[in-house]
Design a protein around this ligand. Structure first.
Ligand SMILES: CC(C)(COP(=O)(O)OP(=O)(O)OC[C@H]1O[C@@H](n2cnc3c(N)ncnc32)[C@H](O)[C@@H]1OP(=O)(O)O)[C@@H](O)C(=O)NCCC(=O)NCCS
Length: 339
């Protein structure tokens, strides 16, 4: 069967838009679509988005609209209304096609348009009932951001805010880190598969990877761990942790944990950017004395040396490697300048 064709939406697509959204909402009890009362813009959606500097697309097959997506710059609502924050809106694929990749194609289309028009940050709102959509957005590197929005509408909607920078580093709070678990697990599994010395041996089971990140989220909630994530081209591609769970007599210390970059997105400077930002966060939190350890002779060792980390020593045979031998680990420390 041919896949649907994606084209720009037209005002005349209104019956297709309304049927599609109605079909998607009907999967969730209590979600009511009353176009005239609450969604009159659906009757001329292309004009609605064009009037705001945005655009809408449809996925069409044999004259039937099977998917849609829209995007617009947030000119009023953004904290800094400079056109750099774009909202992704109205992401719908026909229920029969869920899981078939159409959602990815639609989101690719809208994200590419927003980025080509200057977006540096993408945001969206998703009904708290749309659990399948949340998993999709999380796989697409969006993380929970800020409070839940209450719409006071016929469907009694509460909406999660999701966001991601196109490129950059952000500190993840508890909600954001929870939303990042799928991406972080995929990155960890990929790094372990290629032999990274980060506590695990391949093959790393998805449930074990998730458990590691769930435990990390609990430590973020407890205030004993700081987690930074890096995005590249809208993909959550790397992370690093800073443990600040130190004894009473070492309140000035922090330990770096698990610097990871997706094997498919290496050598773009993400690890260096993560470490620069981690050092800033450590300084801000009064932790000028840092420690870390890493597989001796690895790529990370070169990075740490180039950033002024001081070698404490090499412990021979410190960690089991994927080939069954024991490998050496290099221990480093760094006192942040000005401390
Ligand atoms: C180590 C790692 C985090 C580097 O990620 P990255 O985003 O590709 O690194 P960057 O692009 O920021 O490069 C930073 C520096 O690392 C060093 N480096 C990175 N990859 C390298 C490689 N393949 N060979 C040699 N040096 C390398 C270089 O010094 C580089 O600086 P340069 O580009 O100015 O020469 C990544 O390879 C990784 O995730 N490895 C598996 C997990 C791991 O071992 N983590 C360390 C735990 S302590």
């Amino acid at each position: 069967m041919d896949s649907p064709t994606i084209r720009r939406g037209r005002d005349g697509d209104a019956p297709g838009f309304i049927a599609l959204i109605g079909a998607c909402w009907s999967l969730y009890p209590g979600c009511v679509l009353d176009v005239d009362a609450e969604e009159p813009h659906l009757r001329a959606l292309a004009s609605y988005y064009a009037g705001q500097g945005g655009a809408v697309w449809v996925a069409e097959r044999n004259g039937t609209i099977e998917g849609m997506v829209a995007t617009r710059p947030l000119l009023q609502e953004a904290p800094v209304p400079d056109g750099s924050t774009w909202e992704i809106c109205k992401v719908y694929a026909a229920p029969a096609l869920h899981g078939g990749g159409l959602g990815h194609r639609l989101l690719d289309t809208a994200e590419a348009h927003a980025i080509a028009n200057g977006a540096t940050r993408l945001v969206l709102w998703s009904d708290t009932r749309f659990d399948r959509a949340h998993r999709f957005y999380e796989k697409r590197s969006y993380v929970r951001s800020g409070p839940i929005r209450v719409l006071h509408d016929l469907s009694n909607s509460l909406e999660f805010a999701y966001a991601k920078p196109v490129d950059g580093i952000e500190v993840l709070d508890t909600a954001a880190a929870t939303a990042a678990i799928a991406r972080l697990s995929a990155i960890l599994i990929g790094c372990v598969a290629e032999g990274a010395g980060v506590s695990f041996l391949p093959p790393l089971a998805p449930a074990t990877a998730r458990a590691l990140w769930q435990a990390t989220v609990a430590r973020i909630a407890a205030g004993t761990h700081v987690l930074l994530a890096a995005w590249h081209g809208g993909v959550l591609a790397g992370s690093v942790g800073l443990s600040i769970d130190m004894p009473e007599n070492q309140p000035h210390r922090g330990e770096v944990a698990k610097l990871l970059v997706d094997p498919a997105i290496r050598r773009h400077g993400l690890a260096r950017a993560l470490m620069v930002r981690l050092e800033q966060e450590a300084a801000r939190r009064g932790r000028p004395l840092l420690m870390l350890d890493t597989q001796a002779g690895g790529a990370a060792e070169r990075l740490y040396r180039s950033m002024g980390w001081v070698e404490l020593g090499v412990m021979p045979g410190h960690a089991l490697l994927m080939d069954g031998t024991y490998g050496d680990t290099t221990f480093f420390w760094k006192r942040l300048p000005g401390a």
